[in-house]
Design a protein around this ligand. Structure first.
Ligand SMILES: Cc1cc2nc3c(=O)[nH]c(=O)nc-3n(C[C@H](O)[C@H](O)[C@H](O)COP(=O)(O)O)c2cc1C
Length: 210
C-alpha cells in the first residue's frame, strides 16, 4: 500500500478492542517517532510507552474518560522540554559531535546563536517551541502506525499537569504534550469507523504561486 492509501485507511479510532499489538510493530512505530526531524536536531522531547492497566485507568480519568486510553494496547505519552538551556543544548550537540567524530567546539557558534535567540523569549515560549517539535514526532508515529495497520488515536484532550503528576514529571524538566493510543479498532462499536474522511478541498488547501 502507498502512504496515501495508509493515510486514507487510518482514522482517529474512538473505540478500541483491547487486542495487543506485536512488539515489532510497536518498535517500528517508536523508531519512526525517534527518526522525526526537529528544529536544530535538538529532539527536545521523549516518549513514555505505557501498558500498565492501573496507570492507564488513572490517565483515562484525566483524559475526559476517553475509552481508547484503557482499551488500547499501548499508550504513548509525548513529553517535551520545559525550556532551553546551555546545559541541555550542549548535551545534545556534544553527543551529536561525538557520534560524528567532530570536536564539541564545532557547534559553539550555532549553539550561542540559538540560545541568544531563545533565551530572551522566555520559558513559556521555549516550552511551546519544544512542544511543537513533539508534534512532528507524533505525526511520524501516526503515519508509521497506519503503515503497520495499527490504529492510533491522537489525543490532546487531557489535562497535562495531571498526567505530569501521574508520571512523576514534576521537576524532571519535561511536560506532557500529547497522547497516542495504539491498538485495534472495535469496528462493531465505533460510530466513526464507516464515516467518510473529510478534509479541506484541495483548491482551498493549496495555493499555487507561480
Ligand atoms: C493534535 C490532535 C489532537 C486530537 N485530540 C483528540 C482527542 O482528544 N480525542 C479524539 O478522539 N480525537 C482527537 N484527535 C483526532 C481528530 O479529531 C481527528 O484526527 C480529525 O477529526 C480528523 O479525523 P481522522 O483522524 O479520523 O481522519 C486529535 C487529533 C490531533 C491531530
Amino acid at each position: 500500500m502507498s502512504l496515501l492509501e495508509d493515510l486514507q485507511w487510518r482514522y482517529a479510532a474512538k473505540k478500541m478492542n483491547g487486542e495487543q499489538i506485536p512488539q515489532e510493530k510497536l518498535d517500528y512505530i517508536l523508531e519512526a517517532a525517534r527518526l522525526a526531524p526537529s528544529s536544530s536536531g535538538l529532539q527536545p522531547y521523549k516518549v513514555f510507552v505505557i501498558s500498565n492497566r492501573e496507570l492507564l485507568a488513572k490517565i483515562k480519568d484525566v483524559a475526559w474518560g476517553q475509552s481508547q486510553v484503557i482499551d488500547c494496547s499501548h499508550l504513548l505519552v509525548f513529553a517535551a522540554w520545559d525550556g532551553y538551556s546551555d546545559e541541555r543544548v550542549s548535551e545534545v550537540f556534544n553527543y551529536t559531535m561525538d557520534e560524528r567524530g567532530l570536536p564539541h567546539s564545532t557547534m559553539d557558534d550555532y549553539k550561542n546563536n540559538i540560545l541568544g535567540l531563545y533565551e530572551p523569549l522566555g520559558k513559556e515560549w521555549q516550552a511551546d517551541h519544544a512542544a511543537k517539535q513533539s508534534y512532528i514526532s507524533f505525526a511520524m508515529a501516526i503515519a508509521a502506525a497506519a503503515e503497520q495497520k495499527v490504529d492510533a488515536t491522537p489525543i490532546e484532550g487531557f489535562l497535562p499537569p495531571k498526567v505530569d503528576e501521574l508520571l512523576n514529571l514534576e521537576n524532571s524538566g519535561y511536560k506532557s504534550t500529547l497522547l497516542l493510543t495504539l491498538g485495534y479498532r472495535d469496528a462493531d462499536n465505533d460510530w466513526l469507523v464507516n464515516m467518510k474522511k473529510v478534509r479541506t478541498p484541495k483548491e482551498d488547501f493549496i495555493t499555487k504561486i507561480k
